[in-house]
Design a protein around this ligand. Structure first.
Ligand code: MG
Ligand code: ZN
Length: 559
């Protein structure tokens, strides 16, 4: 949907907010001019009457398509190691009381979306170009639901388990030509006056001199109580932490500090230089908490989400909060089913915490969706290890054995996937750090951390390299001359050395009954699960497009 195709009522609802929100963007959009029409202003009142919610919580599972939800639900319901027992996932419990829709995610000018564009469309309700942040197809800034909510006096927050300046959260606060402008995203976030920011990504908020040497880093860490060695990726001396502290933010850099900071009304938590811990590490920590760590560790995604709710729910006007489970996407890019499952479990723990807070309220809209699917993931049946004939007792099989033609995937594969102890990314990069990088060393490494063993022949295939057939000089990814050697869909593995994880996935595909179609995203429609008052959640129905989901979110915060 193009900008101009938005319903008139939405123009009017947004217009006042847009004028405010766009002040920071330095440009006017056509919507601002629409505010002058009196006939449209009257629809503001009507629309406000039918959207009684005072809190809107948008939850984005980055890369969480229908198949990913299927993995979580099959595991939770059927695996002998499922931690759910007889309980349902939080996702299931929320969905049971929700309006469930499907939504197309495509960008303005192509079939497949990236996270920056998808979040821009979700945030603004306006069709957006690929890899840009918070702009329409002509490159003009368009206000996000967060900016509209803030312009209406709502408190606002962004939480992500990736890093604060990464594409998904960035699209709610910044208006920039490309998602790679992470230093500018950090500035936009601090200047936007967002009440709660929690994620990784410290290195975009620290002055460049912090990265100069160990002494500079330690002195900086001491001045803020940062319990890890800070780095900087800035190319200037702007100290955004200092600016934030001066303007009244409480800062937190580990779980213990977060616990105290949530007593404040404005909190910035930056818990890592770049990305936060992955879902396998989080699951492992929760299964075996280390009491000697006390608060000196990263918070879980659930702890960040409930901390954000604690801060924001004190606001009398209500709040808008976006929470991203962002590493589902990274597991998908890496074709890593074990990592994927643990990211989904981490998201579900967060959903449990959010639903616990919201379940007895009648003034809160929760929308759970994805920005796109990642990896073309799926369980699939195949011709390896076909089952033997079995005798089963039913009368129909009295004279005939039960014998399906193919291997439909043993259920205990779910337990094996769950028991993976390191991400494929950590295995492939960990291998690169080994003193002896032999196929035998890769076999040892992989087989010590996963339940699906590889052999020497597999290891040779995983380590095979070839010329990059898609070389582009000066390209951030494609300038590499050699590349992991794929024998299928090779153009769809775009991120260089790291994509060797996709070859590991192929080596264990038959054992896991798992296939992967790509190292990037697919255009499958994604679920939209809307929970809350009927009048609010009913706007999220049918087969939508993410621009319509975004428009409905903006409508919900426009009162
Ligand atoms: Mg993301
Ligand atoms: Zn992605």
């Amino acid at each position: 949907m193009k900008n101009g195709a938005l319903p008139n009522s939405l123009f009017a609802i947004c217009a006042a907010a847009l004028a405010l929100a766009l002040g920071a963007c330095g440009a006017k959009s056509p919507q601002v001019e629409a505010a002058a029409e009196p006939s449209q202003v009257s629809t503001v009142v009507e629309a406000a009457a039918e959207t009684p919610v005072r809190n809107v919580i948008l939850i984005i599972g980055d890369g969480m398509g229908p198949q990913q939800i299927g993995l979580l639900e099959q595991f939770a319901r059927r695996a002998s190691l499922s931690p759910y027992g007889d309980d349902e996932t939080a996702l299931s419990r929320i969905a049971r009381e929700s309006t469930v829709a499907l939504s197309l995610t495509g960008p303005a000018d192509a079939l497949v979306v990236d996270s920056a564009c998808s979040a821009s469309q979700l945030a603004s309700g306006v069709a957006s170009p690929g890899e840009a942040l918070g702009v329409d197809v002509d490159g003009n800034p368009v206000p996000s639901v967060l900016e509209v909510a803030r312009a209406h006096g709502w408190a606002t927050g962004l939480v992500s388990d990736t890093r604060m300046t990464h594409a998904t959260p960035a699209a709610f606060a910044a208006h920039l030509p490309h998602r790679s402008f992470e230093n500018e995203v950090a500035v936009a976030m601090i200047e936007a006056g967002i009440d709660v920011l929690m994620s990784g990504g410290l290195r975009y908020f620290t002055p460049s001199s912090v990265g100069a040497d160990e002494e500079a880093a330690e002195a900086y860490a001491a001045s803020f109580g940062i319990p890890y060695i800070p780095q900087s990726r800035r190319d200037d001396e702007r100290d955004l932490l200092n600016e934030a502290r001066a303007s009244g933010y409480e800062l937190a850099f580990d779980a213990g500090q977060l616990d105290e900071a949530v007593a404040s009304d404005r909190v910035i938590g930056l818990f890592a230089n770049s990305s936060m811990m992955n879902g396998i590490v989080e699951s492992e920590f929760l299964a075996n908490p280390n009491p000697t760590l006390q608060g000196a560790r990263q918070p879980t995604l659930e702890e960040m989400a409930t901390g954000a709710l604690e801060v924001l729910s004190r606001d009398a006007e209500g709040f808008f909060l976006m929470i991203e489970a962002g590493q589902i996407d990274w597991a998908g890019h890496n074709n890593d089913a074990g990592h994927l499952l643990h990211e989904l479990l981490r998201m579900d723990r967060m959903l449990d915490g959010v639903f616990e807070w919201a379940r007895d309220r009648d003034d809160t809209l929760i929308v759970v969706t994805a920005d796109h699917e990642t990896g073309g993931f799926g369980f699939s049946y195949h011709r390896a290890d076909v089952p033997e004939a079995q005798t089963i007792p039913g009368g129909v099989f009295e004279n005939t054995p039960y014998q399906p033609n193919f291997n439909f995937g043993p259920v205990d594969v779910l337990d094996g996937i769950y028991q993976q102890r390191a991400t494929y990314g950590d295995l492939i990069y960990g291998f690169a750090d080994l003193p002896e990088q032999t196929p035998a060393a890769l076999v040892d490494l992989v087989n010590s951390q996963t339940q699906f063993p590889i052999d020497a022949e597999d290891a040779i295939a995983i380590l095979s390299r070839e010329e990059n057939h898609y070389h582009v000089e000066g390209h951030p990814y494609l300038s590499a001359r050699d590349w992991p050697e794929f024998h299928d869909f090779e153009a769809f593995y775009v991120y260089g050395n790291g994509t060797a994880t996709g070859l590991l996935a192929r080596a264990v595909a038959e054992q896991q009954s798992v296939v992967w179609g790509t190292g990037t995203h697919t255009a499958t429609p994604v679920p939209v699960i809307a929970w809350g008052p009927e009048s609010a959640r009913s706007k999220f129905a049918g087969i939508m497009h993410h621009t319509e989901v975004g428009a409905a979110l903006i409508e919900a915060v426009s009162r």
